[in-house]
Design a protein around this ligand. Structure first.
Ligand SMILES: Cc1cc2nc3c(=O)[nH]c(=O)nc-3n(C[C@H](O)[C@H](O)[C@H](O)COP(=O)(O)O)c2cc1C
Length: 191
């Protein structure tokens, strides 16, 4: 069984990034073999504060860290806010990257996509987001860039995207994530 954590960088009720992740969830639900999906809600986490990051830390943070550690991979979808990931997502990554040398993201395969109502699909947020994820110890899943433009026009009544070309892109991202999980599991554990 592969356990995949989904993380949307947006807090918006009708977020196109959350819709992209809902689409990925439905793709995984249809797949042969067992996938379990969970969600980390970045809105549940307090503002990062080193004074709070002692011992087990805040309950919401502990839950998010434990969920990520127990998962095989994460898929993150974020809007671009001024050319970078949202502050809420960066805040979540800061929590997840600690304690120092024990990041919950360490060695974790992470696939990244962006979406926006604009033409470029938030692609300008991807370089910085990748850099930060690598700094947190994540292993970025190798896949064709997914940046869903004009996304608001693509979300149907059920809150998912049905446009075949976009669904095909998301299928490719899911394939790459599953391959990364399988490859990851083959890596022998150091003695
Ligand atoms: C503070 C702020 C900054 C933004 N900066 C950018 C930007 O640099 N590039 C871009 O493509 N869209 C930008 N946008 C538009 C967002 O992509 C848009 O609000 C989008 O809907 C957010 O995704 P969501 O539907 O998942 O919430 C910005 C929006 C906000 C609120």
């Amino acid at each position: 069984m592969a356990r995949i954590v989904l993380v949307s960088g947006s807090l918006r009720r009708h977020s196109v990034n959350s819709a992209a992740l809902a689409t990925i969830r439905s793709i995984l639900d249809r797949r042969e073999g067992e996938f379990r999906t969970w969600e980390i809600k970045v809105a549940d986490l307090p503002h990062y504060n080193e004074d709070l990051d002692v011992g087990p830390g805040p309950a919401e943070v502990r839950a998010a860290r434990e969920l990520l550690i127990a998962s095989d991979a994460a898929i993150i979808s974020t809007p671009s806010y001024n050319g970078a990931m949202t502050g809420a997502l960066k805040n979540a990554l800061d929590w997840l990257s600690r304690p120092w040398k024990a990041s919950s993201l360490s060695g974790k395969p992470v696939a990244l996509l962006t979406a926006s109502p604009g033409t470029y699909g938030g692609a300008d947020a991807q370089p910085d987001t990748r850099r930060v994820l690598e700094r947190c110890g994540a292993v970025l899943v190798d896949h064709a860039r997914v940046a869903i433009g004009n996304a608001e026009l693509l979300v149907g009544h059920e809150g998912t995207i049905t446009e075949p070309s976009v669904v095909a892109e998301l299928e490719g991202l899911v394939d790459a994530t599953v391959a990364a999980v399988r490859g990851h599991r083959r890596v022998p554990v150091a003695a």
